[in-house]
Design a protein around this ligand. Structure first.
Ligand code: IPM
Ligand code: MN
Length: 357
């Protein structure tokens, strides 16, 4: 795949502000492709709430197999105000993550210079870590059910499924990631061993067994509640955090806030042996749809992660440099409507900075 700098990218603009954000990410991608001599073929997929309301299809047969043929997927956002919660999230986003076996959700938390954090006195050097979230198991597995539904004696069970294979591949990825980063060389397991005495017993045993293969990496453990506390009080203690699907979902929203908000937070759903999917972490922001006010930097940062994942590190570095320049020199705030520029103007700024590098 990706021979001679030639890449096939599937683009799923999705719902709400997703298409506006993705448009700017593709603009920036075009600019960096020109600088780095990359040849890109982009194929757009009309999936999401509008398609569902029009045709009743969430993920038509054959689409997943088509998506497998791409080098990467760029996703805008999933979630539509007129569609009952759960249909698109489970039927599209989670279904893609599961069927494509994207077992890692990689979410960097980086405070760029010039960006406001709600954490008093914390500086860019204090907020620079990565969350490795398991992305195919745990409470997201869909295992469970109702008993006596609709009666006063109703029972609802939602099970956390943790397999040795699934936990181990996630923990190994996190150790490798920590080694590759080559920063503090510290991996924190975030769990809840004091209450989830089956699930996190498996996680903890696996963590310390795998750790033997990584003597250069310091191991650390924090309960998820304490992790939330330290992320606010001492974020500088973290280098790489590895955790299960549900805890990873929750702590990465907190992570997005301390790095300056959803306007800049990006993530990658990775299958190291298959096709990976990159997305801004924020949702579809329906109230801002079509207004040209949302911040496209998160989608642009997701595109940067995609380039790095494809091994195009020089191209990724150009994008990062341009993002840094925009947040330091150009935009007033990362929040929608307060940037001092429109969505498309921010995309233009990034593209121009790349062209002028
Ligand atoms: C995320 C989102 C999804 C999740 C939702 C939309 C299903 O919150 O990517 O973090 O819970 O994983
Ligand atoms: Mn989430």
């Amino acid at each position: 795949m990706g021979a001679n700098g030639h890449y096939r990218i599937a683009v799923i603009p999705g719902d709400g502000t997703g298409p506006e954000a993705v448009r700017e990410a593709l603009k920036a991608l075009g600019a960096v492709a020109a600088r780095e001599n990359l040849k890109l073929e982009e194929v757009h997929y009309d999936l999401g709430g509008d398609r569902y309301l029009r045709t009743n299809e969430v993920l038509p047969p054959g689409v997943v197999d088509e998506l497998r043929q791409f080098d990467a997927i760029l996703l805008g956002a999933i979630g539509h105000p007129e569609v009952k919660p759960g249909i698109l999230e489970k039927g599209l986003l989670l279904e893609l993550r599961f069927q494509l076996d994207q077992y890692i959700n990689l979410r960097p938390v980086i405070l760029y210079p010039g960006v406001d954090t709600p954490l008093k006195d914390k500086k860019p050097e204090d907020i620079d870590f990565v969350v490795v979230r398991e992305n195919t198991e745990g409470l997201y597995s869909g295992s469970g059910g109702f008993l006596r539904k609709g009666t006063p004696h109703e029972v609802a069970v939602q099970e956390s499924v943790n397999t040795r294979m699934g936990v181990e591949r996630c923990i190994r990825f996190a150790f490798d990631c920590c080694r590759r980063r080559d920063k503090r060389k510290k991996l924190t397991l975030c769990g809840k061993t004091n209450v989830l005495t089956y699930a996190f017993d498996l996680w903890e045993r696996t963590f310390y067994e795998v750790a033997k293969d990584y003597p250069d990496i310091e191991t650390d453990y924090a309960h998820v509640d304490a992790t939330c506390m330290w992320m606010v009080k001492n974020p500088e203690w973290f280098d790489v955090i590895v955790t299960d699907n549900m805890f990873g979902d929750i702590i990465t929203d907190l992570g997005a806030m301390i790095q300056g908000g959803m306007g800049i937070a990006a993530g990658g759903n990775l299958n190291p042996a298959g096709v990976s999917m990159f997305e801004p972490i924020g949702g579809s922001a329906p109230k801002y749809t079509g207004m040209n006010v949302i911040n496209p930097l998160a989608a642009i940062a997701a595109m940067q992660m995609m380039l790095e994942h494809l091994g195009e590190n020089a191209a990724g570095a150009r994008v990062e440099k341009a993002i840094r320049k925009v947040v330091v020199e150009d935009i007033k705030s990362l929040s929608a409507g307060k940037m001092g520029y429109s969505t498309s103007e921010v995309g233009d700024l990034v593209a121009n900075h790349i062209a002028g590098q």
